[in-house]
Ligand binder design. Structure first.
Ligand code: ADP
Ligand code: MG
Length: 163
């Protein structure tokens, strides 16, 4: 189920003392359930940092973050019910494309038949059905990116983040 996202007064600074770099100055964004939002900006402006904060991989220096109306500050990434596609793909190198896409379902103990059905649906949607038996090293960059999207899309999380 899609959930709302409310980002209020988020600040993020890296480093200490006079080496402090303030990357996010004060971000306020409200996203309705099911709404599609794109952040555009030059390299290094803080897009990945903000997504990492939403996912819980970085803590904000200041500010509040609500998913489905509930504050998730201090909540572990795994408890936030978010599927994220990383800028660097982060595929499991030893697993096939099919196993990469089905991994989150397997973790959630989805039965094998339902898993295979969902893997095939997602692969068809992304036009990578012919690649299901390959490993990430045997794919082009664009194909890897689609597998990473497939891994996120296989689930039905509250939020999707695509870096
Ligand atoms: N762990 C970190 N420590 C210090 N600086 C960081 C760290 N992560 C990112 N930065 C800096 O924060 C800024 C924003 O980075 P990032 O969010 O990756 O930008 P974008 O995704 O928009 O290209 C960059 O200047 C980067 O060097
Ligand atoms: Mg980035």
């Amino acid at each position: 189920m899609a959930a709302s996202l409310n980002i209020s007064g988020i600040r993020k600074a890296f480093g200490k003392g006079d080496k402090t770099v303030e990357v996010l100055k004060r971000i306020d964004i409200d996203v309705a359930p099911g709404e599609f939002l794109i952040l555009v900006g030059p390299s290094g402006c803080g897009k990945s940092t903000l997504l990492n904060i939403i996912a819980g991989l970085e803590e904000p220096t200041e500010g509040d973050l609500r998913i489905g109306g509930k504050s998730v500050v201090g909540v572990a990434p795994a408890q936030r019910d978010i599927a994220m596609v990383f800028q660097s793909y982060a595929l499991y190198p030893t697993m096939t494309v099919a196993d990469n896409i089905g991994f989150a379902l397997e973790m959630r103990k989805v039965p094998k038949e339902a898993r295979i059905k969902r893997i095939n649906e997602v692969a068809a949607m992304l036009q990578i059905s012919h690649l299901l038996d390959r490993r990430p090293a045997q794919l082009s960059g664009g194909q890897r990116q689609r597998v990473a999207m497939g891994r996120a899309l296989a689930r039905d999380p509250q939020l999707f983040l695509f870096d």
